[in-house]
Design a protein around this ligand. Structure first.
Ligand SMILES: [Zn+2]
Length: 278
C-alpha cells in the first residue's frame, strides 16, 4: 500500500494570532511595480491573517489586472486562495509567447468584444483606438469611480497609467499602459490584447465614439468645403455628432500607422518587441 501523500493535504491553517509568512517571486515586467529591493528575486513577507493571493499581490504594489497566472507551491490557484505559513507564491504577467493553456488561467474567458474605458490622461490613446474601430469611452472629466462603474456595467477594459485605479474591485480587466506617447501606447495595447484581427479602421467617430455609416455624396455635399467636394467620392457620417468624414490628409497620415499595426509581426529574438514600445 502506498504511503499517504502528505503534499496533497490542504495547507494547515495558522493558529489564531500566529504570523503567516509567505515567499513571493514576481516574474518579468511585474517587477516594475515592486520596491527595487524586491525585484527579480524571492522575498518573504508577513501576511495579514486570512490574506488572499489577490490581497497580498496588490499590497506589494502589483495591480491584479496585470497578473495572468499564480502558482502557490507549484500549483495554479485563483485570486481567492488563502495564504498559509511557508507558502511559496510565483506570480506571472500576461504571457505573449509562452503557452500556459495546460495551467489555470485566472480568467477563463477573455472579454469577447474588446471595449475600453480610458482614464483622463489617455485621450490620445482613446482617439487612436476609436480610429481603429474600438468602442472606447473617454472623458477627461471622468473620476476614478466613474471609470470603475463604466468598466463593470459595460464590460470594458480599463486603460490607465494609474496602478491604484486597477486595484479597484469593479475593474476585472485592465491594462497598465507603460508607454508615454500615444502611438506607442496603441502598439502596446494591440500587442497585449492581440487586437489586430479585430481592428476595423475608420468605422467609428473619433470625437464621440459612435459608429460611422457610409453616406451618398449628395447627402454629404452641404457640409463639404468646395475643394473636398471636387476631390473625394466616398463619405461617411457620425450618427452622434453629424460630422462627415472623407479620406483626406488626416486619413492618409493615419493609414501609415494602421498599416504598421496590422502588418504581421516580425519576430526578432535579439530585441524583444516589448522594448520597442518603451
Ligand atoms: Zn461623432
Amino acid at each position: 500500500m502506498a504511503a499517504p501523500d502528505v503534499h496533497a493535504l490542504p495547507p494547515h491553517p495558522a493558529p489564531a494570532g500566529a504570523r503567516v509568512h509567505a515567499t513571493f517571486r514576481f516574474y518579468e515586467e511585474l517587477n516594475d511595480f515592486l520596491a527595487p529591493q524586491r525585484r527579480g528575486q524571492s522575498f518573504s513577507v508577513p501576511c495579514a491573517r486570512a490574506a488572499t493571493t489577490k490581497h497580498m499581490i496588490e499590497a506589494l504594489g502589483v495591480p491584479h489586472t496585470e497578473v495572468e497566472l499564480i502558482l502557490v507551491n507549484g500549483e495554479s490557484v485563483g485570486f481567492d486562495r488563502l495564504l498559509a505559513d511557508g507558502d511559496r507564491v510565483a506570480v506571472y504577467p500576461t504571457f505573449e509567447a509562452f503557452d500556459v493553456t495546460p495551467l489555470l488561467r485566472l480568467r477563463e474567458e477573455p472579454l469577447r468584444v474588446s471595449r475600453f474605458v480610458a482614464d483622463a490622461h489617455l485621450g490620445g490613446l482613446a482617439h487612436l483606438l476609436r480610429m481603429m474601430g474600438f468602442d472606447t469611452r473617454y472623458d477627461n472629466a471622468y473620476a476614478d469611480h466613474e471609470i470603475e462603474r463604466l468598466a463593470a456595467a459595460e464590460h470594458r477594459i480599463a486603460l490607465t497609467r494609474d496602478r491604484e485605479l486597477l486595484k479597484r474591485r469593479g475593474i476585472t480587466h485592465g491594462v497598465y499602459v507603460r508607454s508615454l506617447r500615444s502611438p506607442a501606447q496603441l502598439r502596446e495595447v494591440f500587442d497585449r490584447l492581440d487586437l489586430a484581427r479585430a481592428a476595423r479602421p475608420f468605422t467609428r467617430c473619433l470625437h464621440c465614439n459612435e459608429r460611422l455609416v457610409a453616406i451618398d455624396k449628395a447627402r454629404a455635399l452641404p457640409q463639404l468645403p468646395p475643394r473636398v467636394a471636387a476631390s473625394f467620392e466616398r463619405f461617411s457620417a457620425c450618427d452622434g455628432c453629424g460630422r462627415v468624414f472623407w479620406e483626406g490628409s488626416h486619413w492618409r497620415r493615419m493609414q501609415g500607422l494602421i498599416d504598421e499595426l496590422l502588418a504581421p509581426r516580425r519576430v526578432d529574438c535579439a530585441a524583444p518587441a516589448r522594448e520597442a514600445t518603451r
